[in-house]
Design a protein around this ligand. Structure first.
Ligand code: CP
Ligand code: NVA
Length: 297
């Protein structure tokens, strides 16, 4: 039997994504009592994390299983042991592996050699688990029909933007990205998405009438040295009250967190009545439990 992985949103068909999101809602409501008793999840982290680590670890505990945190600093992969050896060794102990790393190809290599499911916990290219939680939050607000909704992405064409594009492609909602020149999303991912996704240089144009306005930090993990240059390039890309007024009056604001308040988003927006950042963060737990059950159950 081939092992299924979750490295990117399009690893699942539209119907499967819809079912995963419905299951995440049932898990949150306490209506799905499925377990992963006796199962173990290895979690490799080459970058920092609060939400992803805690939600996967707590998720496994709640499902009756166990999660192991393998940090870059004190596991052998951090000292240069190969992905091939790591994949084969861990496959002999655990039932699934999550990995957060820089190069997306490392996650693909791990999945190629592991005989257990691999879940992408963020790469420089993609952050699919976050998008599942974001979609769950959108559904909580507006109902299960995503087709016909409009999402405005303001800022960097980064791992979050790329995963939003994949989600729009698979689930059929409209995504409008506003990115400064030179900070576009991945061209292959953008091209594949076709007409569901548009790209502009004007945040106001992207936000016009949108149901969801979302953004992320201007310099992601690994790009810290570019902070000053990016602050210049991203001038005018802050999500503030004026930009939120462009969106639909019932629009919500999302941010994967961690945020730089006052930089990519004004305090009044992220802490204001349209913000759903904390339900969004909590939904990491429920959405990932649905993914874990699907892949390990
Ligand atoms: N949003 C997110 O992935 O947060 P962490 O970096 O804290 O895991
Ligand atoms: N784009 C951000 C997301 C953090 C969850 C980063 O990669 O650092």
């Amino acid at each position: 039997m081939t092992v299924r992985h979750f490295l990117a949103i399009p690893d699942f068909e539209t119907q499967e994504l819809t079912e995963l999101l419905a299951r995440a809602a049932r898990l949150k409501a306490g209506k799905d009592r499925s377990t992963l008793a006796g199962k173990s999840l290895a979690m490799i982290f080459r970058k920092s994390s609060t939400r992803t680590r805690v939600s996967f670890e707590v998720g496994m505990t709640q499902l009756g299983g166990h999660a192991l945190f393998l940090s870059e600093r004190d596991s052998q992969i951090g000292r240069g042991e190969t992905v091939y050896d790591t994949a084969n060794v861990l496959s002999g102990y655990v039932d699934a592996i999550t990995i957060r790393t820089f190069d997306h190809s490392e996650v693909e290599e791990l999945a190629m050699h592991a005989s257990v499911p691999v879940i992408n916990a963020l790469t420089d290219l993609l952050h699919p688990c976050q998008i599942m939680a974001d979609l769950q939050t959108v559904i909580e607000e507006f109902g299960p029909e995503l087709n016909g909704r409009t999402v405005a992405w303001i800022g960097d064409g980064n791992n979050m933007a790329n995963s939003w594009i994949n989600a729009a492609w698979r689930l059929g909602f409209e995504l409008r990205l506003a990115c400064p020149e030179g900070y576009d999303p991945d061209p292959t991912i953008l091209k594949r998405a076709g007409s569901a996704v548009s790209l502009t240089r004007d945040p106001a144009e992207a936000a016009e009438g949108a149901d969801v306005v979302t953004t992320d930090v201007w310099a992601s993990m690994g790009q810290e040295s570019e902070q000053a240059v990016r602050e210049v390039a991203f001038k005018g890309f802050i999500v503030d009250d004026a930009l939120m007024r462009r969106a639909d009056p019932s629009a919500i604001f999302l941010h994967c967190l961690p945020a730089h308040r006052g930089e990519e988003v004004a305090d009044s927006v992220i802490d204001g009545p349209q913000s759903r950042i904390f339900p969004e963060a909590e939904n990491r737990l429920h959405a990932q439990k649905a993914i874990l059950l699907e892949l390990m159950g």
